[in-house]
Ligand binder design. Structure first.
Ligand code: PLP
Length: 414
């Protein structure tokens, strides 16, 4: 189906802003996405009509707010095609979801010397939680390399799996390279060795359809703010058999069945992992964001964003001195680049003056930057509200910056 981008853009109030007198061209969607009116208004509606603490109150408002939060859980369940809404845990985001699994899994399932496998294209949030566990529980971290196109190989992965491997945790779509990892094949291979898999879907659920039952993944995590929902809330999906087995991550209200000074017992799923007052306003607004995506159709979004990616890659490749990092044949709508010797920071600041928001720096993936041999890159990441005209403007603006820096066809990167 054809998406009417002009109409869609009207749903996003921030997009009609001007920056330094120029129309805003927002190409930092990998960092966070903009919010449609539907999501913004939903938050206002919850606060102005049903706000009350959930699960604990017998009163009318508390029941309405509880219903709203639990319906949101069902919306997420449907979006991921999970078996049961018990398998959906609300967290603060991708980072907290990974920390939860790293802590609960390593504490209960690993012994010193056991191995966790990640890839070298992980975001810091899928590296550091495991390093913390290395210090606490004595696990070892093994790293699958990436090739020059920004891909991992299943052969390399299989070579790393041993009898001590306890879990594989990898990113679905790289926030730097845009690579779409072959997660279905990774999971199949891991399961042949009885190893569970965690998928970091922070950069995938907003672009491509993810079916946790079809994938058979054991854990999957994402952040609401990267999928047009509010900040401060995210999701951990876990197979019931795993979540039942794992100990709580945090203690407090909601997560208990009974408490005494002698013995405390824990609540059933999903509440065992949701200590404290949950973000019921955030969950309700996240569900609204997922409904918004469903209305547009993820297939349509995917098709349009692929068109933008192909168009932008073609345009940027025509620029003298352009080097694109991440050239996998299976890519999502992210382009990381450098031009000549221009520092990523200079490029980002000058583009900003023209109204273009891009990301610069190491993108929370310093080990990957080291492998690429750069300190940082400029990253343009697209959403369905972006247009080909914006990409034309990006390309023209990059050329202007290159001219200022006297970049010629002979550059450090060609
Ligand atoms: N994983 C990936 C691939 C990401 O791109 C990000 C954020 O950029 C994260 C994890 C962390 O997400 P959050 O900061 O929302 O927890």
């Amino acid at each position: 189906m054809y998406l009417n981008i002009e109409e869609i853009r009207k749903d996003f109030p921030i997009l009609s802003q001007k920056v330094y007198g120029n129309p805003l061209v927002y190409l930092d969607n990998g960092a966070t996405t903009q919010k449609p009116y539907q999501v913004i208004r939903k938050m206002e509606e919850v606060y102005s009509t049903i706000n009350a603490n959930i699960h604990r109150g017998v009163h009318h408002l508390s029941q309405l707010a509880t219903e709203s939060h639990e319906n949101a859980r069902k919306t997420v369940q449907k979006y991921l095609n999970a078996c049961n809404s018990n398998e959906i845990i609300f967290t603060r985001g991708t980072t907290e979801s990974i920390n939860l699994i790293a802590s609960s899994f390593c504490r209960s399932q690993c012994r010193p010397g056991d191995e966790i496998i990640i890839t070298s294209m992980e975001h810091h949030s899928n590296i550091v939680p495991w390093q913390l566990q290395k210090d606490i529980t004595g696990i070892e971290l093994k790293i699958i390399p990436v090739n020059e196109k920004g891909e991992i190989s299943l052969e390399n992965l299989e070579k790393q799996i041993t009898s001590k491997t306890k879990l594989i945790s990898l990113v679905h779509v790289s926030n730097v390279l845009g690579t779409i990892n072959p997660v279905a094949k990774v999971i199949q291979l891991a399961h042949q060795h009885d190893v569970p898999v965690l998928i970091d879907a922070a950069q995938s659920v907003q672009h491509i359809s993810v079916d946790v039952q079809a994938l058979e993944c054991d854990f999957l995590v994402f952040s609401s703010h990267k999928i047009y929902g509010p900040t401060g809330i995210g999701v951990l999906y876990g197979k019931e058999k795993w979540l039942d087995k794992l100990p709580p991550y945090q203690g407090g209200g909601e997560m208990i069945a009974s408490v005494s000074f002698e013995k405390t017992t824990y609540n059933s799923l999903p509440f065992k992992f949701e200590a404290g007052t949950p973000d019921y306003v955030g969950s309700t607004a996240l569900a609204e964001a997922l409904n918004y995506i469903n209305t547009l159709g993820l297939e349509n979004i995917n098709q349009y964003e692929n068109e933008l990616l192909t168009y932008a890659t073609g345009k940027l490749m025509q620029i003298d001195g352009m080097k694109i990092f991440g050239t996998s044949s299976l890519k999502s709508s992210v382009i990381s680049f450098l031009v000549g010797d221009i520092h990523h920071y200079d490029m980002g600041m000058l583009l900003d003056r023209m109204g273009i928001a891009v990301r610069t720096g190491h993108h929370c993936a310093q080990p990957l930057m080291e492998i690429l041999g750069v300190e940082g890159t400029v990253r343009a990441s697209f959403a369905f509200y972006n247009t080909k005209e914006e990409i034309d403007f990006l390309a023209e603006s990059i050329k202007k910056v290159a001219k200022m820096f006297h970049v010629t066809t002979i550059s450090k990167y060609r």
